[in-house]
Design a protein around this ligand. Sequence first.
Ligand code: C2E
Ligand code: MG
Ligand code: MG
Length: 579
Amino acid sequence: MASPTPPPKVRASSVPDPTRSGGASGQHPGFAAVLDPLPIPAAVVTRADEVPLVVLANPAFIERQLMPGDACELDRKLLAELISVASRNDSGKARRPWTSVDPVKTRRYDVTAARIELAGLEWPHFLVSLIDRTSEIETHDSFRRETMRDSLTGLPNRAGFEDIVETRLAEQGTDGRPAAPGFAIITLDIARFSQINECAGGVVGDELIITVARRLMGRVRKTDVIARIGGDEFAVFVPLRGTNERELSRIITRIRDIFVNPYRLSDLEIQIDGAIGIALSKPGLSDCANYIRQSQIALKRAKRTRQAEIYTPEELDKARRRFTLETELRKAIELDRLELYFQPLIDMSNGFVTGFEALARWKDPDYGMISPVEFIPVAEECGLIVPLGRWALDRACKVLNEWDARAGEVLPIKVSVNVSAAQFARDDIPNMVASILRANKTRPERLCLELTESVVVSDPARAAKVMSALRALNVSLAMDDFGTGYSNLAYLQQLPIDVLKIDRSFVTHMLKERDKVAIVRAILSLASALGMETTAEGIETLEIAQTLAALGCSFGQGYFYSRPVPADEAYDYMITRMG
Ligand code: C2E
Ligand code: MG
Ligand code: MG
């Protein structure tokens, strides 16, 4: 054995302390000089038969009760490891984090061992110092907790949810298998939340969110995780024992139940409903964000179908198509690849053409003909409806000019252009209309704008203001798809509406269903009472045209007269049917 016998263990302080220092043999006089200037707990340590030995410690080390045998003794194993690593390292240093199991307060330290280079030392000694990182780590942890938490409900937020779920998915049971062999991620959205928020105020909205959160917490199991991942959107992680449909449907029913009883908020009692989307786990896939996305896609469908929906991969295809549509539509608008078709509006009293509705068409080189029913909602969602709507109005005015030039006179016809609710909300419609009319030298009397009821429902006061401004320009206004929205008849008489367009769902098959005739009659008499004209959409047969004329409907539009056609064809149609 080559190693010399180390000194015996001593309890020592660099500050002379008769009770603790006790004049150790083998102590180098330089140790005190090393320890003295240190304000942090530090000790000189050496190794005896592979066992670490504290040779001298400073007062801070002793006060913190880090000495061997003391309450918070510095972990011997850790010390041994530090010394062994530091002896092998070129730098002569090693560092490890360590948590002291203090009976009063758990402390988190960074412990460093650094070899002491002093002349006359017979065997290696190390300066072991401890930096207390407790408050730093606590601050960091609480900050992290805060950023992972929704302050309103106290639930995890989206980031927190992903963090917890991914940790849970990585956990293994005692048998080494994943702790959650199957699971579902459920997203839940409160129906009409923004309306409630707007009408009843933000405080009530907050109260509703908190109450929903509370009810949810009462319904889920201990193993489930709930989070608030968006304004009125919650997510629930539900571990499943297997692909057990009954288990899932029981859970869904329990979640659904939170909407059974009305919500009492301040002095209101509201019955609310929610939509539920579900994504089921696939073996080997544990990306939480991806499951949330899938579940949200199913949620979108659930909002339409009003029942809980499970995500299917085809839906992703649809979502992807929507995304490609958005990119392609942007290109189509920029490259002027959209076309405007025209469908005649017929005066029911004499069969003459009085105008045309301009309808956008998109022929994509890859996708072929894409219906406005598909691309207008995409345009509305991504904001492209604003340039699209401006383009449609401008193009309609230009076509009117072309027709006038061809006929050699100002034709006695109007053009109707659709303005979607999203466009109405985002664009400065009166100014936009005025400037396009001015640019094309189009008389405002020749333009009718078709608005939908949703324009009025979402913000009645603003709608009234914008509509009056349009009326002041001398543009006429039609209420499109009338009868399909949340018609509040009270607003009708207050707004400057010239024409009610009866939605084609009431018209096309009206002769087969008595209810529909009754609705059409009601709309016609309402319009007449309010001094408005009427256009029936979706006239496909002569019988319907005759019935509507007999009922007193002013104008008709539909495949019976003509489908929407390109501008040239529309011109020819008009010339043969003009009064
Ligand atoms: P809308 O404004 O209610 O237009 C009438 C729709 O009914 C048109 O569909 C038209 O082709 C269709 N239609 C007309 N007569 C008949 C018929 O007899 N039978 C049947 N089954 N359908 C008939 P289209 O062209 O597919 O447009 C659908 C919707 O897309 C329009 O409904 C309108 O809301 C929107 N849209 C079209 N172009 C534009 C546009 O330039 N801007 C905006 N904001 N929306 C547009
Ligand atoms: Mg229309
Ligand atoms: Mg319509």
